[in-house]
Design a protein. Structure first.
Lengths: 103, 511
């Protein structure tokens, strides 16, 4: 699987929930709830700038971007971009290895 | 803050949020990330609704520096996992700063702006100062006349000395001159005749004739001195009149030490010549005066009376025995008083803008006096010239004020024209409407565009004179621009949304 010749079978939301539900023996609705819970938890952690470490997978690191002055690409006006928090993901070495294992 | 949450902690949180048992949550997390990991291992992306997308991307080989050794190393091509948070999650994470919006910043940085303001004010200040200086100068010109009078009073002894010097230096010439003058100058007519001749005569001839006219020359000494003083600036041919260059130069040197207020002196000194019925010199002067300030030419005429009296004295004194110092002082005192009066009259004239009339009337009065001179024609010819000069100069003087007024009126006219032009141009397409207590921009937008949400278009069109959109004075006339001007289609929800945002921005300006 090289470059754009790779044909990916991307896992979409439905497949994931289906698989999860089967594995956990729980209804899909619960899985959806849990995922929603995960999102809100991650969001909450993000607002607190708390990073979440998932062992063997990676780290979700919220990062604060400070405000800056930037040019508006279209109008060319100078804009003061407000600060914001973004959620970064840093894959663990384990995941990195796994991802690159196929090579 | 900035704690590290482990999977168990996260599971507890999820349990709290979703109300599911903690164990299930932990299992769920383990399973979820295992599946994601598996999928990523296969090189497949995983998209989770409400969370985001885990992507596997290929990274090309690149060169880098080994942090430890400092040597160059090549990072081989590899894959890496990217997580792109979904919109929802990103918004959740960014909740603390959600309220902030990108704000437009003026082009110049705040510090630069300050600097610019300072520079502007400095430049303006300079301009203002220079203007003040100019006006001061113009005022000074009049004041300086007074000053020069006082100066001259204090310098009364000096000119005497200078006269003596000039006497000593140009003794030969003056001896002859005075001798001649003894005989000739007693009859004013003969002087007038010679002066009349002088008018037409060439400079060289004038020189000769000037020599012939003794007492007049004595007055010339001062007159020419002052004239030559002018000559420095004006480069006029007063030398031609002055028979005694040496004296003129000598006194000139001393005179030059004085303030440049001497212009006044020069004008009154010709008067002495006028008193002795020498129209030509005055004419010469007035000719010179063309270049000078308009106020200058007015002086000679008024001082005639004084001068004539003095000139008689002069003649007497000269006749009595060349007592030039005495004559000089006497002459100078009268001379200075004449200047003072002239200056005062001038000031009054300038202040009340009566000068032109006075001068013209004086001129008309003056011309008959000059008609006594033999060459009536010449005088008549000359007086119009001087008249013209005066009128010119007066016009010039007035022009300094009048043009400014004219320019202001012109400017105001232009402004009006511009104001007129704007509406006319605008009225080509847009419609007018008037804000009232029951008609707002929204009402107009609803009426004209069919959607009250489009009011920011009207606001933006009239932004220059509208303040807070909710506090527009009733009676304010606004232009209703065509929607095409802002490329808005009221049926297009995106356009409406854009305009709505515009409205929010307008309001945010006044918060």
């Amino acid at each position: 699987m090289h470059g754009f010749l790779a044909f990916k079978f991307d896992m979409d939301n439905k497949t994931l929930i289906d698989t999860l539900s089967k594995k956990l023996n729980i209804p899909q609705a619960t899985t959806v709830k849990l995922i929603e819970g995960l999102a809100s938890s991650l969001g909450e952690c993000g607002t607190q700038l708390d990073s979440v470490v998932v062992a063997g997978f990676g780290t979700f690191e919220p990062r604060k971007r400070t405000e800056r002055v930037a040019l508006h690409p279209a109008s060319g006006k100078r804009l003061l971009i407000p600060p914001k928090i973004v959620l970064n993901f840093k894959s663990s070495s384990n995941l990195k290895q796994r991802v690159n294992h196929g090579e | 803050m900035e704690n590290k949450l482990t999977m168990s902690g996260l599971a507890a949180m999820i349990a709290l949020v979703s109300g599911q048992p903690g164990q299930l949550c932990e299992e769920f997390l383990k399973e979820l990330f295992r599946i994601i990991g598996d999928e990523l291992e296969k090189g497949e992306n995983v998209r989770i609704k409400g969370l985001g997308t885990f992507k596997v991307t290929a990274v090309d080989a690149r060169k880098s520096v080994d942090v430890a050794t400092g040597g160059e190393i090549e990072i081989p091509a590899h894959r890496k996992v990217i997580f792109v948070a979904s919109k929802d999650l990103a918004a959740l994470v960014n909740a603390p700063f959600e309220a902030f919006e990108a704000v437009e910043v003026s082009d110049a940085l705040p510090t630069d702006e300050l600097l610019d303001i300072v520079e502007d004010s400095e430049q303006e200040g300079v301009v203002v100062e220079s203007e003040i200086a100019e006006t001061d100068e113009s005022i000074d010109l009049e004041e300086r006349e007074d000053a020069s009078v006082s100066d001259n009073v204090s310098d009364v002894t000096e000119p005497d000395k200078s006269l003596e010097y000039s006497e000593s230096i140009s003794e030969d010439i003056e001896a002859k001159e005075v001798a001649d003058s003894m005989t000739e100058s007693e009859t004013s007519e003969s002087v007038a005749e010679s002066s009349a001749k002088l008018k037409k005569a060439d400079p060289s001839e004038k020189l000769r004739k000037a020599e012939a006219v003794g007492p007049v020359i004595i007055t010339y000494d001062i007159a020419t001195v002052k004239e030559s003083h002018f000559g420095d600036e004006e480069t006029d041919s007063t030398d031609s009149i002055s028979g005694d260059d040496a004296a003129a130069v000598e006194v000139d040197d001393i005179e030059e030490k004085e303030e440049p207020g001497t212009p006044v002196i020069s004008f009154s000194s010709p008067l002495s010549s006028a008193a002795t019925r020498k129209g030509n010199i005055r004419d010469n002067d007035s000719g010179e005066l063309d270049d000078k300030k308009s106020s200058a030419p007015k002086e000679p005429i008024k001082t005639i009376r004084f001068e004539s009296a003095e000139s008689n004295d002069d003649d007497d004194e000269v006749e009595s025995g060349r007592n030039r110092s005495r004559f000089g002082s006497g002459f100078l005192i009268g001379f200075l008083s004449a200047i003072a009066i002239v200056a005062v009259v001038l000031l009054i004239g300038v202040k009340f803008n009566m000068v032109p009339e006075k001068v013209s009337s004086m001129l008309t009065k003056n011309s008959p006096v000059e008609e006594n001179v033999d060459n009536v024609q010449d005088v008549a010819n000359d007086t119009p010239v001087s008249d013209a000069v005066l009128s010119d100069s007066i016009i010039g003087d007035g022009s300094s004020v009048a043009p400014s007024a004219a320019s202001t009126t012109a400017a105001s006219n232009a402004g009006e024209a511009r104001e007129d032009a704007v509406p006319t141009r605008a009225s080509d397409e847009p419609v007018y409407d008037v804000v009232s207590t029951t008609r707002y921009l929204t009402t107009m937008a609803k009426e004209h565009y069919g959607n009250f949400n489009l009011w920011p278009i009207i606001y933006e069109e009239n932004q220059s004179f509208l303040g807070h959109p909710d506090r527009i004075k009733p009676g304010t006339q606004v232009v209703i621009p065509p929607l095409s001007k802002y490329k808005v289609n009221p049926d297009n929800p995106e356009d409406v949304k854009r305009i709505k945002q515009k409205g929010v921005r307008i309001y945010s300006k006044y918060k």
